[in-house]
Write a protein of this length. Structure first.
Length: 88
């Protein structure tokens, strides 16, 4: 009984991880928001992910039209991180 429970648990975990990887692979465009950081530089943060560039651009136009602090929005492929390479 215990062996069967462990086996089914492994199957469930594998299914969840596979579905997460599939969802991530489908989201290939990321909306980045870049704003002044208050100390003379800029800070970029991801604001969401979309399957294609057109969907991301629609969201970018909506966000850019909203009043608020000065934030520059841009859509980039999920392989590009405007913050640069991560340090070791």
């Amino acid at each position: 009984m215990m062996r069967q429970l462990r086996r089914s648990s492994v199957v469930v975990v594998f299914a969840v991880l596979t579905s997460i990887a599939t969802v991530y692979a489908e989201c290939s465009w990321v909306l980045w928001g870049t704003a002044p950081d208050g100390v003379g530089g800029f800070m970029s943060l991801p604001g969401g992910a979309w399957r294609d560039r057109d969907e991301c651009e629609k969201e970018r136009r909506l966000k850019a039209a909203q009043p608020g602090p000065t934030v520059m929005f841009t859509c980039l492929p999920d392989t590009v991180d405007p913050r640069g390479p991560k340090g070791k």
